[in-house]
Design a protein. Sequence first.
Lengths: 566, 230
Amino acid sequence: MAQSAQTVPHGGHEHHESHGLSYYLFPLDHKIIGMQYLFTGMFMALIGGFFAYAFRMQLAFPGMSVPFFGVVSAGEYNSLVTNHGSIMIFWVAMPVLIAAFGNFLIPLMIGCDDMVFPKVNRLSYQIFLLSVIVLITSFFVPGGGFGGAWTAYPPLSANAQYSLTPLGSTLWLTAVALEFVAFLLGGINFVTTVMNSRAPGMKLYDIPIVVWMIVIASILFTASVGPLIAGAVMLFMDQVVGTQFYDPAAGGDPVLWQHLFWFFGHPEVYVVLLPAMGITADVMVTFARKKLFAYRTVLYTAVGTGVLSFTVWAHHQFIAGIDPRMANVFTITTLLISIPIAEMCFVYIATLYGGSITFKTPMLWALAFVAEFLIGGVTGIFLGASGADIYFHDTYFVLAHFHYTFFPIAIIAVYAGLTYWFPKMFGRMMNDTLGKIHFWGTIIPFNMIFLPLFLLGAWGQHRRIYSYQNFPELAGDTMQNLRILATLSLVTMLLFQLVFLYNFFRSMFKGEKAGKNPWRATTLEWTTESPPGHGNWKEMPTVYRGPYEYGTPGRDQDFWPQNEPS
Amino acid sequence: MIESHLPAVSTYAKDIDSLILLIGVLVGFWFFVCQGMFFWLMFKFRAREGHRTTYVTGEEKELARWVHIPHYLVLVCDLFIIVGAVRVWYDVKQNLPEPDATVRVIGQQWAWTFVQPGPDGQLDTPDDIRTVDNLHIEVGKTYHYKLESKDVLHNFSVPVFRLKQDAVPGRVITGWFEATRTGEFDIQCAEICGIGHGIMKGRIKIQSPEEHSAWMAQNSTPAIATASAE
């Protein structure tokens, strides 16, 4: 917004025409910072995927020398699963969904020239990059990377004598803490920018859903991360200077960490879920040529989900030694959170009603998000119900459940968003045929990885075990064959990602020129050049209506951009 | 579905399985209704020549009810599940029946130790029977377990009982089980506990009263008791 650029000192403007090396290395432009987050996140996804490949190979073929890795020892196995989880949540889902899309989309969708605090924004990425370097360093220190699970429960995580990874644990924890700082800075920026810098005429109900979702997610993150940072500081001191916050021998309590961790950890699920749902909404309306069904309901349910998500954390701890009466309270709150989420799913389904749907690649991903997330949603009920969780806790049923939520969030919705906004990011179209090959080559193997894992979990297979040969009930051929099926499906799925990478990088330089608005969409980012220049618009837009005016009666065109005067 | 592959061997295992079935039926119904609706709408409203979108906001009363009525029905289903879950939970975790015997279960990296009272029926006396990784119990008897950990978190998990409980250092957590048939089954550690987590296994041997007293007699002479302690 022009006014904000005048009142806020704005380093970027001084270099309006200069696109030297420092513009890309130390940028203030929100689009470049978004790209930095995107490419760093994609790089981390490659590492996270490779880790999954290594430990899945060990599970399917215990003791074999895994190609490109070698024999997976028990300690390495623990480190691989721990860092796979940490990377995929903290270094892929968060930077890509919130930071990359948030940075790229927010100013473009609300019609302003940049974030309110561009230098804070740059600092946010630099701290994030530092956290990446610290994490990667932790894999190569003596003792190896941290292997106490991404939840890092003490005393295992607090005490090198138990974990046997004196340096790995501390570096892992430091990396996570730095990552939190980066996202706190980013989150403050997102919320402030959306509240202060909207284009003239853009009222709160005119903000596209994806922007709202990133804002709500940022608020959830800033509100929930405090206790965890406090917990992390205590854990760090337990590790390094020998305090005993989590050591029962000195009057500490290991369960304290679990409360601090999950008080953050459960809202965190919604921190990444909401932006994913926002992306899905924006893609679905464009390709269904439909107004979002009940915009305000979506918004209210998102806020409701966010508030409720602060009251459910102990469902991760039903059998962790908390007072058993507490489980009753948390079962009720956990099942109640199914109400707003179910409402959201109904609204998304209802959005298709009366539409005119074209199945381009972004739309396939968006539809797949809803269909697959439903599986993740309904299987969560088994785990939220305390009585059933006694059995399912820590089995592969849990693992399959949260992969059916996180995979749609961090992979499917991200692909929906990337393929949808790619023309805006790089000014060229991606190849739709290759996109569809990649889509089916990802979705089919994805289900073939995780559906068998539900079954394995229901039959009692517990998590984080590097070989099931020691457990007679789990070592049978039927279960081993399911493990092999899951692993082969994973390898297939990973290979199909090469199709995406080829399509992505080739289209960046050789794709068909996109023009301003290739999808004939209504929101503001489609009213400027592709890719937008520095400052985003030559003439800043004004907003006249809500974000999803498709098929408005009495108009020739079936879409009505937000910035077009009536 | 679980029992076809993994027998239900405790008094409450069947209750937990029934609860899981109840949830399965309720959420399964919603799952298929949603997916059916979703795919039907995708097919029905695919783009065709000359077809134009219907303009609705979703805030019209007669349309909004298509979302609101199902969502009240979901609430009703939730209430059924909450009641079922709390009842099972109460029986398994909250309400401990009077025990016929007590066994101390100790987790440490990376083995289970079980301490049972000897002939005097008292724990923590010299005639206690200590075993490592193998728990011998008698069918049809109500046991209390007293769960402890010597180092990190562990989880005492007996899948055929549908039982799990974390072991927390510094605490003694009491729970119960009663086996309904004889046999030999797995004990797992279901909480990551370090490099040896994958080898922290045990077996539960559920014996008939005769077998069990024979086992007790065999192991309760002081000499053997000391020997089996390590």
